[in-house]
Write a protein that binds this ligand. Sequence first.
Ligand code: AMP
Length: 508
Amino acid sequence: MNTAANANLFSRLFDNLDEPGRLAIETIDGVEISYGELVARTGQMANLLVSRGVRPGDRVAAQAEKSVPALVLYLATVRAGAVYLPLNTAYTLNELDYFIADAEPSLVVCDPSRAEGIGAIAAKVKAKVETLDADGKGSLTDAASMADTAFATVARADDDLAAILYTSGTTGRSKGAMLTHDNLASNSLSLVDYWRFTRDDVLIHALPIYHTHGLFVASNVTLFARAAMIFLPKLDSERIIKLMARATVLMGVPTFYTRLLQSPALTRESTRHMRLFISGSAPLLADTHREWAARTGHAVLERYGMTETNMNTSNPYDGERVPGAVGFPLPGVSIRVTDPETGKELARDAIGMIEVKGPNVFKGYWRMPEKTKAEFRDDGFFITGDLGKIDAKGYLHIVGRGKDLVISGGFNVYPKEIESEIDAMPGVAESAVIGVPHADFGEGVTAVVVCNHGAGITEADVLKALDGRLAKFKMPKRVIVVDELPRNAMGKVQKNILRDTYANIYAK
Ligand code: AMP
């Protein structure tokens, strides 16, 4: 438990700053920001926020491209006792209208090109608007640069809100996950230990900072460890491989690893200086894990988390990093697998709902008490919506989102099982199995398959390869070969899009 005088995440990060000259962030333009400077800039930004009327507990919404000032805005918001609300840069004005109306921020920060459209939306909730562009310039930084660097960090309790992150909401309305100062601080500190971060680490930071992965896992862990991070605006394989010569850790979504593997520059030699490759936010194919190990000699460390819970499990630092598994519960985190209907805990190896409890788990959904209540068990476990199993050695395996479960002819079909079989076929790059409305079966098991270049695999080839390997009810009724699977920025396959695209293939 936290023993700091002030539970504000910012205080826990920086109150004991002993080497202010140490490098915190470096940009690809060669700009270097020390810890002392970072803290000074958050002081300026926090003073500016207060001058714009932001009070403790107020929300500060930001739809901004990745830049150091955008990170400073996050830290300053927390420092001022307000609640940071990052918004995916892909959201349209129509979508922003919902988030801003729902969260009622007192300040909205956006790209100058959107100031007019967002201004009209913000006016409805009487929020002020400041601008910040991809280079970190705009009215926000102009004004902050004139402000005083001294700022007394606002006192917060463990349970006070530090951030609200909206879930991606592929089904129903997006929900605002309320994260407390202690949720964020305790999880990052636990990861610093688990992944052995030290001051000597240099993280290649190429993730977006509107999502839990890049904002909290990558940034907070680095800052707590007093390590350095190199900020890249986005995934750039060749640059990342060059940076590996002086970096030590990469955090990525699985797409990072598949893209990096496409470069011949990725070798044992080019990764020699690195100590750790971490993957999360979407399943890393076991094949990718093996291919990476064969090429570089490094076993990717896969971990599992979500917006609502921060990080839950991780493969071990020492010990076997099992391809296709997400590892053990982090210290202080409890994981159980239950019957989705009854909530009764299941035996090892049985597939069921993954539930989690611990200091990492969020406080609830913003202004949705009913929804919050429905997703927690009476004993405090959060129902993740992910299906999985715990194996005999205690490793957690995820078999997919509960909503992706296919029920065909009354039988449960776990997409991951079919996908693993298809992916094992020579010439197949990856696959996604979905349920599509079917008059006889309720849902028809449908496989969407991507082949390696020139492999020329057909529907009949896939069905033939699966014949005898899968029970009849699990066999795909149709196999569709495509060039690529739809993915969002975090590398997640968007099965909802596939379900929409193929909604009518069994229509009579
Ligand atoms: P988000 O809230 O956007 O971070 O999405 C969280 C969801 O991503 C989880 O509920 C899982 O379904 C999925 N996820 C995260 N990490 C992994 C992983 N290592 N393997 C499989 N799925 C993952």
